[in-house]
Design a protein around this ligand. Structure first.
Ligand code: AMP
Length: 396
């Protein structure tokens, strides 16, 4: 069974074609600069990457380009589009109703359109991508996989904010959680490695966007991201959690509109805002190593906040069996893992510092120190595979 996974952004459309019988990725790529001047990169394992300018004024043209590449005599990997059994679409937000991955019919599409206000950045392009794919591939099922759905089993006291309850009822302001597909994937892998699917697991997805999730018995019980992906630990350009009054204070003190305040907190804060060295963790690390105080401070703030959240989840779950690091920073920044896990022996967390510095990149690694009560793993995330798996399960 072959499944196409699509992740549509405002000016990009990423794709991966899976052969679910062998779990192999047959091809993957990215259509960028949709509606501007179009560039497509198409990759196949063991073959040279193909990159070219392409004319795609909209998502429909982009997906048509993807299908023609996938079926191309030279660059293709399948003989015809009919070989694609179903398409899985990544959605950041499924609102309160789409609690699980679902085949997207008219009703689901209508609901997704009704909640774009909750997800103004990612919702509209994901819907455009879905509509385009449905038009170009009308005879197969299209499945939506939602970042928020992993959190749909959380208790009300974990997702309701202590603001007037009527505001939750009226505007659906609550904790939704994001990156759920990644957390679900790595938590399941960790539970398997730990040998107990009921394990208590804390997963740290640390990338350009970052979030931490607590999982018990395969279900998320809490997460650091909230109403939007702005909450929790500091990120590349997002502040993460701050005293909410900072926002209104700033608006008054600097005479800012809501949009301007939002821009500061979403695009000019986090590691970038503190360090002044941009949002890429590697650049901040380089600056810190060269003695830049603000770069050093930014990394310390990040580690401090990760530690605080990990500790709070241990309290919430009355223990932890495994701690997982994933995504760009979690998988690659060895010093960050060391800093976060330092002085956590009270909680049973300790890592083998030498192996942490030397374990192979891009692979699952058990970096637990000998004798430590809690397992610490590095697990490369694979959201696309999870989307393909859900799509297969809903359509086979
Ligand atoms: P992601 O959003 O998961 O793609 O992660 C992107 C983040 O991972 C960026 O901040 C990168 O700087 C960071 N990253 C990637 N490789 C490394 C590395 N070797 N060391 C530190 N950070 C890295």
């Amino acid at each position: 069974m072959k499944i196409l996974v699509v992740n549509a952004g405002s000016s990009s459309l990423k794709y991966q074609l899976f052969d679910m019988d062998t779990n192999a990725v047959l091809a993957k790529g990215n259509c960028e600069r949709i509606g501007i001047d179009g560039v497509v990169t198409h990759k196949r394992p063991g073959k040279e990457d193909y990159k070219t300018n392409a004319d795609f004024p909209d998502h429909k043209a982009a997906i048509a380009c993807v299908l023609s590449l996938l079926t191309d005599k030279d660059k293709g990997v399948i003989a015809s589009v009919e070989e694609i059994s179903a398409v899985g679409h990544r959605f950041a937000h499924g609102g309160e109703k789409l609690k699980k991955s679902a085949v997207l019919g008219d009703q689901e599409l209508e609901y997704l359109e009704s909640i774009v206000g909750l997800n103004p950045l990612h919702g509209p392009p994901a819907i455009s991508g879905l509509k385009a794919c449905k038009e170009v591939m009308p005879s197969v099922n299209h499945v939506g996989v939602f970042d928020t759905s992993y959190y749909s089993d959380m208790q009300d006291y974990a997702y309701i904010y202590p603001i007037p309850y009527e505001l939750y009822e009226k505007h659906k302001i609550r904790r939704y959680g994001f990156h759920g597909t990644s957390h679900r994937y790595v938590a399941a892998q960790a539970a398997e490695m730990f040998g107990n699917k009921n394990a208590k697991i804390i997963t740290c997805h640390l990338g350009n966007g970052s979030s931490i999730t607590a999982t018990v018995n395969g279900k998320a019980v809490d997460t650091s991201m909230g109403f939007t992906p702005q909450d929790g630990v500091p990120m590349g350009t997002r502040s993460g959690a701050i005293d909410p009054t900072v926002v209104t204070f700033l608006q008054k003190a600097e005479g800012l509109t809501a949009e301007e305040a939002d821009k500061i907190l979403n695009k000019e804060s986090g590691l970038s805002g503190v360090s002044g060295c941009g949002s890429d963790c590697r650049d901040i690390r380089d600056a810190a190593a060269a003695g830049n105080y603000r770069a050093q401070l930014a990394m310390k703030i990040l580690c401090h906040n990760i530690k605080k959240i990990v500790g709070s989840y241990v309290a919430e779950m009355n223990g932890v069996d495994a701690l997982v690091f994933t995504a760009g920073i979690g998988e690659n920044d060895r010093d960050l893992r060391e800093e976060v896990c330092k002085d956590m022996s009270f909680l049973g967390i300790a890592i083998d510092e030498e192996y942490n510095q030397n374990c192979p990149r891009g692979e699952v690694a058990d970096i637990t120190a000998r004798g430590a009560k809690v397992k610490t793993y590095v697990i490369p995330t694979n959201e696309e595979y999870m989307i393909a798996l859900d799509t297969q399960n809903l359509t086979k």
